[in-house]
Design a protein around this ligand. Structure first.
Ligand code: MSP
Length: 523
């Protein structure tokens, strides 16, 4: 039986259109899932929407529709976007789904029965855009510490979850599982800010609005949206339902991919909720950083928002995905600029990758009527160096992907592409054709073989490009990880396409930078 791999994205607040920052998280998750599939895992990817809470109610009221109408519209939009971006999710959960609501009610009842919940009075500062509550000391200059916006004083009778009871357990858990959160800096943040000073009990109900799941014992109160939302990772698998076969098969999750600003919820409350339910904990939480703009955060009022559709329509899906995944470092915010986008497109995609395929197809046709030479008898002085280099880089790619350093894995892959371009210059096929056709055969075989490997390595990120490379080489194979490790896949008499389509057409730098800038201003 195949080993399972359960991976999740955060579920999004459907309060506005998704920009490239919000799309990044899902593209990242999708690429990790596809990599794991390539490695032979039985994968399950969950995404969806976090549809309750005051923010959603307020946005809907502003638009003159009911919250349910609003979230229905947004769910349609989200699914259309993931479809456009070819995201291979297995389930799309909406927290307004009946099965989720029923399961959450049972979960809360279980907490009540366990004595984890008590009634008290809640008084704090509330940031509506973040759906988050802060104490006096957490505010920065009297504003929300996460987004810098105005906060509102709240005082109401509420239910609390007894977090303090689990403090010692949580500290011990982290001692025993030091790599539970990556990168480490994010773990340190929650230790310094929340765990070391001593956990506060968490207010888990609200009575000042009603768009949420009702407390089973007191329906005047609705559940705090984070308790409702976090449980999606298990309710989506049928936990607490009549059919929990998916839960039995896939839980515990192998990886929760989340943004850095929601690590507190995933690194403190989620483990405690699970422990209180007597469930196993996920294996890892990866808190990625943010895509930022020159003038800070993406915001409509600043006029610097860029939507994935804008880039996809003009530059294609694969270029957009490549850019996002290559841009983001593992643990630091990374800046999107139109200049960088166009530069990378031209250098990495049109020049390095596009030219490698183009030159190979051209030479194969010119020198061997398009037939990829197979039975190689003589090697050039450069073949072994190339082979060793590729082997090392594939190992490094694998290590990086296994530890979710996706941008670094792409750097490994592109170093294979650059090295292979250099190999063409080193071996100079245009000279070999006059002097040593046996050696030329070896060069052309190595080029086709390396491009085949490149196509397989591209599969998790740029699926269409991967298929296009294999089609142009006329190599018919499934492209599994195993076939990557072999060098005897290409059949005799394989004939490449006569004239290949360029994978990526070089962009006019100034024109395209202007185009993207205009789109950002007018969004
Ligand atoms: N609803 C919660 C998640 C609940 S999970 C149980 C939420 N939703 S969100 O819509 O506000 O954010 C969704 C994700 O988008 C977060 O992980 C957040 O970090 C990510 N991003 C939002 N803007 C981003 C960037 N500019 N860059 C990268 N990711 C960003 O939080």
């Amino acid at each position: 039986m195949k080993e399972t791999f359960y991976i999740t994205t955060p579920i999004y607040y459907p309060s506005g259109r998704f920009h490239i920052g919000t799309a990044y998280c899902t593209v990242l998750t999708d690429s990790i899932k596809r990599y794991k599939e390539l490695k032979g895992y039985d994968c399950f990817m969950l995404t969806g929407l976090d549809e309750h809470g005051q923010k959603i109610q307020t946005v809907a009221e502003k638009n003159g529709i009911t919250p349910k109408e609003h979230v229905d519209n947004m769910a349609k939009q989200a699914k259309e976007l993931w479809n456009l971006m070819d995201i291979k999710y297995d389930k799309f959960i909406r927290t307004t789904d009946d099965y989720h609501i029923e399961a959450v009610e049972k979960i809360v009842q279980k907490f009540i029965d366990n004595g984890d919940i008590y009634k008290g009075v809640y008084e704090d500062w509330y940031c509506m855009p973040c759906e988050n509550y802060f104490t006096d000391t957490q505010l920065i200059d009297g504003k929300c510490p996460d987004c810098g916006r105005e906060v509102k004083k709240m005082k109401e009778e509420s239910y609390f979850f007894n977090m303090k009871k689990y403090q010692d357990w949580l500290v011990k858990f982290y001692e025993e599982n030091p790599n539970f959160i990556e990168p480490e800096s994010r773990k340190n943040e929650i230790f310094n800010n929340f765990i070391n000073p001593g956990l506060e009990d968490l207010c888990i109900s609200r009575s000042s609005f009603d768009w949420g799941i009702k407390m089973p014992n007191d329906p005047k109160h609705v559940l705090y949206v984070w308790l409702d939302a976090l449980t999606n990772y298990i309710t989506a698998l049928g936990y607490m339902s009549d059919d929990d076969s998916l839960f039995k098969k896939y839980w515990p999750a192998d990886l929760h991919v989340v943004g850095k600003e929601i690590i507190r919820f995933h690194g403190i409350y989620w483990p405690i909720f699970l422990h209180a339910l007597g469930l196993e904990l996920p294996k890892k939480i990866y808190a990625h950083s943010w895509i930022v703009m020159k003038d800070g955060k993406m915001s409509k009022s600043v006029g610097n928002v860029i939507y994935p559709e804008t880039l996809i329509e003009r530059y294609g899906l694969d270029a957009t995905k490549y850019y996002l995944l290559r841009l983001m470092s593992f643990d630091k915010d990374s800046m999107f600029t139109p200049e960088d986008f166009v530069e990378r497109y031209n250098s990495d995609l049109a020049n390095d990758l596009g030219n490698l395929l183009n030159r190979t197809i051209g030479m194969m046709n010119k020198y061997f009527d398009g037939i990829i030479p197979t039975n190689i008898t003589i090697n050039t002085d450069f073949d072994e160096q190339l082979e060793v280099f590729i082997k090392e880089k594939i190992n490094s790619f694998e290590r990086n992907m296994d530890t979710y350093h996706v941008s670094n894995a792409l750097i490994d892959l592109w170093s294979i592409i650059s090295r292979t371009n250099k190999y063409i210059d080193e071996t100079s096929p245009w000279i070999l054709v006059k002097e040593d056709t046996e050696k030329l055969k070896s060069v052309m075989f190595h080029l086709a073989e390396t491009l085949r490997k490149i196509a397989i390595l591209l599969k998790p990120f740029m699926y269409n490009t991967s298929i296009s490379i294999l089609n142009q080489l006329n190599i018919d194979e499934e492209g599994t990880w195993e076939s990557l490790l072999s060098s005897n896949i290409i059949n005799e008499n394989t004939k490449v396409i006569e004239k290949g389509e360029p994978l990526f057409v070089r962009l006019d730098k100034d024109e395209e930078i202007e185009y993207i800038k205009n789109k950002m201003k007018n969004n």
